[in-house]
Design a binder for this molecule. Structure first.
Ligand SMILES: *Cc1c(COP(=O)(O)O)cnc(C)c1O
Length: 336
């Protein structure tokens, strides 16, 4: 029996068909630009996201870092949300490796950055200050989808302030599926977009960074420097191609499962959750119980959850509707 692992959508394992695609992939040395499968993935991703070029990266962390380094140099600054992945959960890579100063700001409730506030943090051209170069947004952010009208406004704002825009679109396809739009209706506002293949899309490894040919060339140079030049990476890229061609529309199921889970948990005394806040595949809840005891209880039933103080559950392609029922039942038993 495989456990019901709700910690993250990174835990998905490649399916039999995905593994077959990996096994059959044609490969070459990608540092020489000779891996046909990597090249195919990069042109597929660029075509889908509507950019000139794309780069296959080892992880979302690497892809975001390469983007920041392709936009900003030593002494430059990027504006970013306080709880954004690039700022908070990537080891401070932009500062450590890019000599880039982050300017974190609080997110609004809906995952946007208030543009009026952003404007107050853009530094004047004065040697006292770092040079503000880039606005970085995240979509989805904690499962929340940014409104298209906001993206349009942000783009106008960035243009009039001479800033570039980067999207940490680790789950940008979740956003597109939720909004029922083509992903390009989201990505068109950004100079660069990073998208994870290894989350809800189900590939074992990798992200793609998309942008103009010039920007991607710069990123490719940094990727080599950072040790991300992989050789016969087509084996991994094949999984990415499979993910992009088979696993996007089905994200809808993950969203439905997350909502069903929220609705089930809402009925339980001891769990605080508003299903209206659950937009995609991630749900948060407050719990009146000892988390360690809860985790231990669920583990006995082969249900795995994260051990943070609040409850964060993530649905993905290895979680079925039946798993959701079993999970609700287990929570009910614990609190009952
Ligand atoms: C997971 C994630 C990343 C980075 O992904 P890794 O592949 O784990 O490095 C970046 N941004 C967001 C919002 C993420 O959720």
């Amino acid at each position: 029996m495989t456990p019901i692992d709700l910690r993250s959508d990174t835990v998905t394992k490649p399916s039999v068909d995905m593994r077959r695609a990996m096994m059959e992939a044609e490969v070459g040395d990608d540092v020489y630009g000779e891996d046909p499968t990597v090249n195919q993935l990069e042109s597929l991703a660029a075509g889908m996201l509507g950019t000139e070029a794309a780069l296959f990266c080892t992880s979302g962390t690497q892809s975001n870092l390469l983007a920041l380094m392709a936009h900003c140099g030593r002494g430059d600054e990027y504006i970013v949300g306080q709880y954004a992945h690039t700022f908070r959960y990537e080891g401070g890579g932009a500062a450590v490796l890019g000599s880039i100063q982050p300017q974190p700001l609080d997110f609004e409730e809906d995952g946007t950055l208030d543009l009026e506030r952003v404007s107050r943090f853009i530094k004047p051209d004065d040697p006292h200050y770092a040079r503000t170069k880039l606005l970085c947004l995240e979509n989805t952010h904690m499962g929340k989808v940014l409104p298209l009208s906001y993206l349009k406004e942000a783009k106008k704002f960035a243009d009039s302030n001479g800033l570039s825009m980067h999207l940490d679109g680790a789950r940008v396809f979740n956003a597109a599926v939720k909004q029922g739009v083509d992903v390009q209706d989201i990505t068109r506002y950004f100079d660069t977009i990073s998208c994870c293949l290894s989350k809800g899309l189900g590939a074992p490894v990798g992200s793609v960074l998309c942008g103009s040919a010039a920007r991607i060339n710069k990123a490719r140079r940094w990727r080599k420097l950072l040790g991300g030049g992989m050789r016969q990476a087509g084996i991994l890229a094949a999984a990415g191609i499979y993910a992009l061609t088979h696993n996007i529309q089905r994200l809808q199921e993950d969203h439905e499962n997350a909502l069903a889970l929220a609705k089930g948990l809402e009925q339980i005394d001891g769990i605080e959750i508003n299903p209206k806040t659950v937009q995609t595949n991630i749900l948060f809840a407050d719990i009146r119980a000892d988390m360690d005891r809860l985790c231990g209880f669920l583990k006995e039933k082969e249900i795995i959850i994260g051990t943070a103080n609040h409850l964060r559950l993530v649905t993905h392609l290895d979680i079925s509707a039946k798993d959701i029922e079993e999970t609700i039942e287990a929570f009910r038993e614990f609190f009952g």
